[in-house]
Design a protein around this ligand. Structure first.
Ligand code: NDP
Length: 291
């Protein structure tokens, strides 16, 4: 399969390049703040499918740069999807649990109403709507709490903080599914293969790690597996947000409930929710090998 990937340095883009031979375009080759340049990149090659793994992911900064986030996360994937629709190519796009309002304790289903609570979520929702409106064969894969050995993520932050601190206050009332970037990449590659074979396949899907945990529980698992002796003080997210405000830093509202029901991905593509503990072990092993 000749796969074009937008994104080169990000967590999922890095894993896509590790798992398959793809043409990956970084920011210098295709800047998502120029949606038509992205469409032109699709038109310039002979692809079997296109995957967008690039995005504006700075959740807090997006509160101050919503217009830019809307172009990168909204207009760019819409332009990509239109270019793919014209050529009859499957287009695969990654979205987020942040499109939901985030209340309750039930796992979000793909049919649940959306109501993003922050600028990043609104920009990602705009991308979903643009991709669907393009009218071509597409898959939107909503995921949550992505981690890997690359880039910035919660696992790496916890390892960095625990190197110098033995007591950490961690948010305990936000619950979700940590999702290994390697599993997202593997799922996208399998979906692309199946979509290429069957033009009727596609839609909106959820893919979150299992079992659901709080950030505090996830941190405890990270410390236990990495052999770090850290005492965790559970903290309400409201206190964390207030602390950020006291420091004069922008803090976007986050969903308390990021549980995702991944049933339809299993039904349509045979793909199961990833076991985040196994993914965490693999990431810790990779990070250890790098030291
Ligand atoms: P990363 O933050 O690791 O990487 C983002 C990538 O997008 C980088 O390669 C970055 O390039 C690129 N990018 C940003 N702006 C532009 C631009 N203007 N032009 C070209 N490239 C750009 O992302 P993840 O791998 O973690 O996320 C992948 C997908 O998953 C995204 O769609 C994200 O919204 C979604 N998602 C992520 C979650 C998470 O916890 N991280 C949770 C739920 C969904 P550069 O290095 O040049 O900045």
């Amino acid at each position: 399969m000749k796969l074009l990937v937008f994104g080169k340095t990000g967590q999922v883009a890095t894993e896509l390049q590790a798992q398959a031979e793809v043409t990956a375009l970084g920011r210098p080759q295709a800047d998502l703040s120029d949606p038509e340049a992205c469409a032109a990149a699709i038109a310039s090659g002979d692809w079997d499918a296109v995957i967008n793994a690039a995005a504006y992911t700075a959740v807090d900064r997006a509160e101050e740069e919503e217009a830019l986030a809307l172009v990168i996360n909204g207009a760019a994937p819409a332009a990509m999807a239109r270019a793919c629709a014209v050529r009859g190519l499957p287009f695969l796009h990654i979205s987020t649990d942040y499109v939901f309002e985030g209340g309750g304790t039930a796992s979000w289903r793909t049919t649940d109403p959306v109501a993003p609570q922050n600028a990043y979520g609104r920009s990602k929702l705009a991308g979903e709507e643009g991709v669907r409106a393009a009218g071509g064969q597409h898959a939107i894969l909503r995921t949550s709490w992505v981690f890997s050995a690359h880039g910035a993520n919660f696992v790496k932050t916890m390892l960095r903080l625990s190197a110098t601190m033995d007591n950490l206050s961690i948010v305990a009332d936000e619950v979700g599914g940590p999702t290994p970037a390697a599993d997202i990449a593997a799922a996208l590659l399998e979906m692309a293969r199946q979509m290429k074979t069957d033009p009727n396949k596609g839609g909106t899907y959820h893919f979150g790690g299992t079992p659901a945990v709080s950030w505090a529980d996830f941190a405890a698992a990270i410390f236990a597996r990495a052999g770090r002796r850290v005492t965790i003080t559970p903290m309400p997210s409201a206190d964390y947000a207030a602390g950020m405000r006291d420091k004069g830093r922008t803090h976007a509202a986050r969903p308390l409930n990021s549980r995702m029901d991944s049933t339809t991905l299993k039904t349509d593509f045979g793909l199961s929710q990833p076991d985040w503990a196994a993914g965490l072990d693999a990431v810790l092993k990779t990070l250890e090998a790098q030291t």
